[in-house]
Design a protein around this ligand. Structure first.
Ligand code: COA
Length: 261
């Protein structure tokens, strides 16, 4: 993995921990950071030694405090579209990962920071985390997928309340509306996110990848199409050694030894 300026990547026991790191700016996303996030996740997807990812922010105050407002203040209409597309593409690379990606939200997740967390498959928050899409306070709208993913996750009414008021909500409220999967004390956050990733990584990797594929496709497709797609993946999994191993292990009352084949 090459050296990045604003992203730190560590790998241990099949798990990659990706940390957005611009601590003096509360990890705000300038264009280079967005670019690096996309590059890192595309590389992790190709890396067979990686089976899961935890994404977090440097420091104890912020996950990511949004897109870099100093940079954004200089955009025009054409660059505005390009900036938005660049972020959407990088974040879509996360959503399209066929390995679980868990966001460990360790503080402010605002604007592009919340949108980054939304692109992850699962989210764990520390008790001090705060979530918001404050773009309308700046005269813009969320441009990295927030208007698309937030309503799909928490429902249109709650999403519109956050998008239209720009107000922040605390971690317990984020949990109540289903924006995060769990809330833990800050010192326990990385262990909780890592533990969740490892729990998933202990399952059949091809099954996990296809479950992600089925849910991603099914969410946007008609019920009929989604059901057929699910059946096809279900059938495809019956060709894997992992399926035989998983079922043999159950019948023989032993833990499975999945090989990803
Ligand atoms: N873009 C650029 N710089 C940012 C930033 C952002 N989104 N968020 C924080 N920073 C910078 C601040 O300008 C400050 O830099 P400085 O020390 O060089 O002046 C530094 O990070 C620390 O932030 P500060 O505002 O002093 O911390 P705070 O504790 O008073 O407030 C926040 C924290 C998160 C409430 C506040 O920084 C904030 O509202 N940030 C913008 C959030 C936002 O609107 N994001 C959406 C952007 S589309």
């Amino acid at each position: 993995m090459p050296d990045y300026r604003f992203v730190v990547v560590e790998q241990k026991a099949g798990l990659a921990t990706v940390k957005v790191s611009r601590p003096d700016k509360l990890n705000a996303l300038n264009a280079d950071t967005v670019e690096e996030i996309g590059m890192v996740f595309r590389a992790l997807e190709r890396d067979d030694s990686v089976r899961g990812v935890v994404l977090t922010g440097a420091g104890e105050k912020a996950f990511v405090a949004g897109a870099d407002i100093a940079e954004l203040s200089r955009i025009g209409p054409v660059t505005g579209v390009a900036v938005s597309r660049q972020g959407q593409d990088a974040f879509r690379a996360i959503e399209l990962m066929r390995k679980p990606v868990v966001a460990a939200v360790n503080g402010f997740a605002l604007g592009g920071g919340l949108e980054l967390a939304l692109a992850c498959h699962l989210r764990i928050a520390s008790e001090n985390a705060r979530f918001g899409l404050p773009e309308v306070k700046l005269g813009i709208i969320p441009g990295y997928g927030g208007t698309v993913r937030l309503p799909r996750l928490v429902g249109r009414g709650r999403a519109l309340q956050m998008i239209l008021t720009g107000e922040m909500i605390p971690a317990d409220e984020a949990y109540r509306i289903g924006l995060v999967n769990d809330v833990v004390p800050q010192p326990a956050l990385l262990d909780a996110a890592t533990g969740l990733a490892h729990k998933i990584m202990a399952n059949g990797p091809i099954a996990v990848a296809m479950a992600l594929e089925a849910v991603d496709h099914g969410f946007h497709a008609s019920t009929e199409d989604a059901l057929r797609f699910e059946s096809n993946l279900f059938g495809l999994l019956a060709s894997t050694e992992d399926m035989r191993e998983g079922m043999a292990a159950f019948l023989e009352k032993r833990p499975p030894d999945f090989r990803g084949r």
